[in-house]
Design a protein around this ligand. Structure first.
Ligand SMILES: *[C@@H]1O[C@H](CO)[C@@H](O)[C@H](O)[C@H]1NC(C)=O
Ligand SMILES: *[C@@H]1O[C@H](CO)[C@@H](O)[C@H](O)[C@H]1NC(C)=O
Length: 367
């Protein structure tokens, strides 16, 4: 009898543990919806629906080799990107789907949970990406598409409920790198360029605010000069090893301007709150600490998918792939691996003041 009771207790305990584990795996969503804007760092397939030349698409098998389906989805990563990872921390399965992948009918059900408008090659400037990539969706158009969606939400759900949902949602934005990259080939006036970039950013944030957005998670521009493509650029131009400093200087110069603009905007717009992730400091931290309890990077310079110096030839169907992808910082000549995106998203989500200011995304969800 006592034995039987003990067995029941053990079984009950096991069930409890199972239930707890299950609950942990499916944590509740912290926000009703996520809306994503920006470039290839957060694109989940919008460019596959454009007439873009090959350079602007990640639609062949190498891309996605570590994605759960092992299929290319348009992400510029071996697996998940930062939008996916952040969405997962917020309790979603992955990033909301690419806006262009949906039909009128599927948009209807999805728009209350979020959408991803990001487009690889795009930037804050209307012409950014056109010459290099071909067709891209510039920020103007990403915001216009969101405006169309909001109109649709108002019709279905009413103005009050739509406003309430949007005010609690996260607006995740990662952009500006392509503008900076293109500018670096024809440098004229750095100060003027950076001020123009931040003014454009402000314009789009205001537009999103007036459509109902309140909580912004913004990723600053990383040290672009340290990507494999830019290490090769330095080697070719100057014959020396290292990061391409002019780009890193531009990136460093953009951060204080971006931070000041956001602070000003939050003072100007009632109810606006934001979390600014310092991508430059995040990446620098990994360079300074390639091996910790949480990660182990053994290759900080060479791309996993690519050939030649720094593996910067470009990722395509025929080039060999590295095996230990979690040990590489760079997936291709210009993009981080899934391992890096995971660290970036985690830092955005719960990072301290060295990396995220004035608050992190978890704190943003509680405001
Ligand atoms: C892939 O890239 C390599 C290195 O640049 C090149 O030699 C090869 O022709 C490319 N293959 C395809 C299918 O584009
Ligand atoms: C934030 O965390 C990093 C990594 O653990 C640490 O080096 C840094 O000192 C921390 N910064 C603050 C302001 O606590």
């Amino acid at each position: 009898m006592a034995n039987k009771t003990a067995t029941y207790v053990v079984v009950a305990l096991c069930l409890l543990v199972l239930v707890a584990k299950h609950a942990e795996a499916r944590q509740p969503r912290l926000v009703p919806a996520i809306f994503v804007f920006g470039d290839s760092t957060v694109d989940v397939g919008n460019n596959n629906f454009l007439g873009t030349r090959k350079a602007g698409r990640a639609n062949f098998p190498q891309y996605g080799v570590d994605f759960p389906t092992s299929k290319p989805t348009g992400r510029f990563s071996n697996g998940f990107n930062t939008a996916d990872r952040l969405a997962q921390f917020l309790g979603f399965r992955l990033s909301p789907p690419a806006y262009l992948s949906l039909t009128r009918r599927t948009i209807r059900s999805q728009m209350f949970k979020g959408l991803n408008f990001a487009s690889a090659g795009s930037g804050l400037g209307d012409s950014t990406g056109r010459l290099v990539v071909g067709e891209v969706i510039p920020m103007t158009q990403q915001v216009e598409s969101f405006a169309t969606v909001v109109k649709h939400m108002h019709q279905i759900s009413g103005s009050k409920r739509t406003a309430s949902l949007l005010s609690k949602s996260i607006f995740f934005i990662s952009t500006g790198s392509n503008d900076m990259f293109e500018y670096s080939f024809s440098r004229s006036n750095d100060r003027k360029f950076l001020l123009g970039l931040v003014a454009a950013y402000k314009h789009y944030l205001k537009a999103l605010y007036h459509l109902g957005a309140r909580k912004f998670s913004i990723v600053s521009i990383p040290p672009l000069g340290c990507t494999p493509s830019q290490r090769l650029r330095r080697l070719t131009q100057m014959g020396t090893q290292g990061c391409f400093d002019p780009l890193n200087d531009l990136s460093l110069g953009s951060y204080p301007l971006l931070a000041a603009m956001l602070e000003e905007l939050a003072n100007e717009l009632p109810g606006m709150a934001y979390s600014l992730g310092d991508a430059y400091t995040m990446v620098s931290f990994v360079y300074a600490n390639p091996q910790t309890n949480d990660w182990s990077f053994t290759e900080l310079e060479v791309a996993c998918c690519g050939e030649g110096p720094f593996g910067a030839s470009g990722c395509n169907q025929t080039v060999p792939l590295c095996g230990n992808r979690d040990n590489f910082l760079f997936w291709d000549a210009n993009h981080p691996t899934q391992a890096v995106s995971t660290i970036a998203a985690q830092t955005l989500f719960v990072g301290n003041h060295t990396f995220v200011n004035p608050i992190n995304v978890l704190q943003l969800t509680k405001m």
